[in-house]
Write a protein that binds this ligand. Structure first.
Ligand code: ADP
Length: 637
């Protein structure tokens, strides 16, 4: 074979594959550069790996890099690496036949999907396209390669029309050059010899590749005189070698080697957030689920978290080559505020979102990441955790409903302010440790502000009995309670629903009030479903409560605010039999069942109950008028 040019036919599968790649990826043609750079970077990786035991492989070519050379006039583009290179046999084996299991699998799946026309970029995304993607943009591809430690080089060439030629040639240096004779560009931005186009593609797809991707660029610079000062009006064209990628793939470094400054800079780069992150998580996993991850918890909620433009979540890489941003498949929604990079070497570069969802590897990584994040949160020092919770708690809590497997872990991370915590957060475990010896349940109340809740009449009896109540002010808490139901075998009990059963109601006294309470219910036009003696109240006259399974007032408010049609749930009007007002109304009623003031009084009882829980009156102006009249009558001048 020495010196002879041999012509070979591509295997039929290769021809088929090339056609499919060219046709189906035409609208994503810039990826050819990513694929070739990724091959070059792999080849340098391989060289470095082997050089660990065979250091002579480096020779005097020790500066590992990938070079891009564009020639506008000739319309050529060259990608050169000084990596491991290939022998003649390796070229025959790797390029031109299908040895790779991925590609074979791809062709097999074509058998089931039928014609070429059915091939979408999504489908092709399951498999590597690699080297053949060069034919999307090139009429002719020439590969010249010399394997490390070998004297001779091999030249492979094809116009992608079914055959290729191969011959032995001379090449001075180790590594591979791919020379593309570019097709005619239809649009300017398709001109892959254009410096800015190349820069853009490298920045977008290959910024973190570990080796410098360099390009010679022509610059016009002033001519300097003997003293190094620019000469007036004299310029010259000079060629400068520029590195196009940042290479800062700090996630692949050893944890201990990454400085705080690098973290801040990298975080800013991926998140576009100028606040420093609250904390980070740097993971390197080996074994069946292999990946590197560098994740950050921001210190502030990004303003665009759940909008369409939200972009800067998890970026997915494979061996430092960018695959996609905002990879929702790797992070559940309740952790959507986490930012960072996941690099999974076994993932295919063309993998699509559709495929990610079904990918077992991706699912495992996600499960793993969630576990690590929950562990990180559980191990955080209190103050830091509370900063996190104040910022992201309302999003994080949704995990109770979204992530059944981790429900207990998330529940242990919940924090609430309580009637006795003095404005500080308390965990559910701490709450339980403070429960009264005979207290069975965890008491909570929901509403839209701490002040309303702290002053809620529903809490009067509980306060009197010195029982602590969790104050829940996030809309999501309603769902948290619904899905959690209990914690450490203690049931959640609403302070505004059902009977509190703290004291036995005095049945005798209750009987005395039955007639009055029935009258009030009728007089209120059945706006409430029941009027009964309160188990909640101590100082206030009236409050509204629900049955244990009714919707809470706050839930009703949330649903209404979100524009939903809420079926009107009738509430229970609870009246305080120990309050002098109720006793006076009773006396009045017994004296004159038809007293005109009775209607006003019963209406006011309901209005007061509504107002005290922060609700809205049906007829506020009437309320104002009646109160005005009453006050006028009450003031003795
Ligand atoms: P993949 O990279 O997915 O394996 P390719 O078609 O891109 O598929 O490449 C096939 C094989 O050719 C590679 O696995 C590698 O062994 C070899 N190869 C490709 N490019 C280079 C290169 N620049 N240097 C050395 N070997 C290469």
């Amino acid at each position: 074979m020495e010196g002879k040019t041999e012509t070979h036919q591509f295997k039929t599968e290769v021809k088929q594959l090339m056609n499919i790649i060219i046709n189906s990826l035409y609208s994503h043609r810039e990826i050819f550069l990513r694929e070739l750079i990724s091959n070059a970077s792999d080849a340098i990786d391989k060289l470095r790996f082997r050089a660990q035991t065979e250091s002579e492989l480096f020779g005097d070519d020790t500066e590992l890099k990938i070079r891009i050379t564009a020639d506008k006039k000739k319309r050529t583009l060259e990608i050169t690496d000084n990596g491991i290179g290939m022998t003649y046999d390796e070229v025959v084996e790797n390029i031109g036949t299908i040895a790779k299991s991925g590609t074979a699998g791809f062709l097999e799946s074509l058998g089931t999907t039928g014609k070429q026309g059915a091939v979408t970029p999504e489908l092709i995304g399951q498999f590597g396209v690699g080297f053949y993607s060069a034919f999307i943009v090139a009429d002719k591809v020439t590969l010249i390669t010399r394997a490390a430690g070998h004297e001779r080089a091999t030249k492979w060439e094809s116009t992608g029309d079914g055959s290729y030629t191969i011959e032995q040639v001379n090449k001075k240096t180790r590594g591979t050059t791919i020379l593309l004779k570019l097709k005619k560009a239809e649009k300017d931005e398709d001109d892959f010899t254009e410096e800015w186009t190349i820069r853009g593609i490298v920045k977008k797809h290959s910024d973190f590749v570990a080796y410098p991707i360099v390009m010679d660029v022509e610059r016009t610079e002033p001519v300097l005189d003997a003293e190094g000062k620019p000469e007036k009006d004299k310029t010259q064209k000079v060629i400068r070698e520029e590195t196009l990628n940042s290479m800062k793939a700090i996630w692949t470094k050893d944890k201990k080697e990454v400085t705080e400054e690098e973290h801040s800079e990298f975080y800013r780069h991926i998140s576009h957030d100028w606040n420093p992150p609250l904390t980070h998580l740097h993971l390197k996993l080996e074994g069946t689920t292999e990946y590197n991850a560098l994740l950050y918890i921001p210190s502030k909620t990004p303003f665009d978290l759940f909008t369409h433009e939200a972009k800067h979540g998890i970026q997915l890489y494979s061996k430092r080559v960018f695959i996609m941003e905002n990879c929702k498949e790797l992070m559940p929604q309740y952790l959507a505020f986490i930012k960072g990079v996941v690099d999974a070497p076994d993932l295919n570069l063309n993998v699509s979102r559709e495929i990610l969802q079904q990918d077992a590897l991706v699912r495992n990584i996600k499960k793993n990441l969630v576990k690590k994040i929950l562990d990180l949160l559980a191990g955080m020092e209190q103050e830091k955790y509370e900063t996190f919770y104040a910022e992201f708690g309302h999003i994080f809590k949704a995990g109770i409903s979204q992530d059944f497997d981790n429900k207990d872990k998330i529940a242990a991370l919940l924090r609430y302010k309580t009637t006795r915590s003095d404005g500080k957060y308390s965990s559910l475990t701490d709450y339980i440790s403070r429960m009264k010896p005979d207290q069975k349940d965890i008491y909570y109340i929901t509403g839209d502000s701490l002040t309303t809740l702290l002053n809620s009449p529903h809490l009067e009896q509980l306060k009197e009995k010195d029982i602590e109540v969790l104050l829940m002010t996030d809309p999501i808490d309603e769902w948290v309670i619904r899905d959690l139901q209990e914690f450490e075998k203690k049931t959640f009990k609403s302070a505004e629903k059902g009977d509190l059963e703290l004291d036995k109601v005095d049945d005798k006294k209750k009987e005395q009030y039955t007639v009055l309470f029935d009258f009030i219910k009728t007089s209120l036009d059945e706006k409430v479903k029941e009027v009964k003696p309160s188990t909640h109240l101590k100082d206030s006259v009236a409050c509204l409560s629900g049955d244990a399974y009714d919707m809470s007032a706050y839930m009703e408010k949330i649903l209404k605010a979100s524009g939903q049609d809420v079926p009107k749930t009738k509430r229970v009007l609870e009246l305080n039999m120990d309050h002098p007002l109720i006793a006076k109304i009773k006396a009045l009623y017994e004296k004159d069942k038809d007293a005109p003031a009775l209607k006003d009084y019963t209406d006011l009882l309901l209005d007061m109950a509504v107002i005290s829980e922060g609700g809205k009156l049906d007829n506020p102006s009437r309320f104002g008028k009646v109160i005005g009249d009453l006050m006028a009558g009450a003031i003795k001048s």
